[in-house]
Design a protein around this ligand. Sequence first.
Ligand code: URA
Ligand code: CA
Length: 441
Amino acid sequence: MNTLEIIRRKRDGHELTTEEIRHLIRGYTDGTIPDYQMSAWAMAVYFRGMTERETADLTMALVDSGDRVDLSGIPGRKVDKHSTGGVGDTTTLVVAPLVAAVGVPVAKLSGRGLGHTGGTVDKLESFRGFSTELDTTEFIELVNRTGLAVMGQTARLTPADKQLYALRDVTATVDSIPLIASSIMSKKIAAGADAIVLDVKTGDGAFMKREEDAVRLAEAMVSIGKQVGRTTVAVVSDMSQPLGFAVGNALEVKEAMDTLKGAGPADLTELSLQIGARMLVLSGAFHDAQAAREALVRCMQDGSAFAKFREFIVAQSGDPGQLDDPSLLPKAKHEIPLIAESSGFVTEIRAEEVGLAAMRLGAGRMTKADVIDHAVGVVLHRKVGDPVKAGDTLATLHVNQTATLEEVKKRLKEAIVIGERRVEPPTLIRCIVTEDGIIRP
Ligand code: URA
Ligand code: CA
């Protein structure tokens, strides 16, 4: 097959065949197609787009570039959950044990990743001794025994995605919907999912700032799932302000534990119930989302959701003492209040700036080599729409190194906007994209 001809065909707006797409991905990973040809193709895709069929073919070509996790040793349909990423997004820590508490197994691969705070694995490592270094056999045994396990991502999954993503990152071709959609879906499929619930974030702190773009990305991923036999549902949710109150690793773990006990922030609780209910329906355990939701609420109220979390942490060598007494989780040396200078209402909490503040305090990684400080971060005391009086504490900064403190305080103060008139809080659930269309709540 002629690579030059394939690039030219995409440049001119033609639809590529399955074999042409597979040729590109195979050639790129085995080194016979160089970066410059792959970048030209990615740029052609950026301008010309891909059909739904091409996008599904690209997804499966990425999956086939590496290993797949075989979850057939776990009975039933395995449903995975993925978030496109947000600030203070602790949903996985809530949803995974919650769904497992209802009796549906959750086998989760999770990464560390770069960002404002750590990934799910980093957050869980707030527990002393907690380990995600499992081999697949141990992973499956754990899921079958406790209903829930989290395994660290292995390097052998979707190597072509890793290589292509690094290339897109330096050639201004990241923000292409078919390329993003295939990248995300390939990782979920390689991780063994039979069905997938996506949380596609929109707003200031999200990858997709505009709601229309988030919906288009959601539709592209649902279409891939449908074509390759992995039913996918996407919840499009607000990320204009951080989710919940806590942004930071151990701080979010505490928030997740409260939520599992039914005493968490309203938005984190609602989003967890929405995503959890969709997972239960896709697993086949429930026919409708309302009944599924009621089962999840019962598990929060009767203590079984938190009990499942406890069982999971202990099974992966985490310290039970820290579960029983969360004050034993990593704790910062200083707790510094951010004081409101005027009275009125919170009209905006710019999620991205809050995330950057947490990162500057040491909660996240800018490069792979950075070390995360589990203790530090930001805890908000107000959300958009709340009243404020001058002198109130708007947020608490949990700080270990004070070198960056003044700058962080200044920027955080600018990120929390106080106005005279009350504004409506942003709608949390914008819509749910399914194979049968869009549901607006
Ligand atoms: N996240 C991914 O995993 N892939 C993309 O292409 C963009 C965001
Ligand atoms: Ca949070």
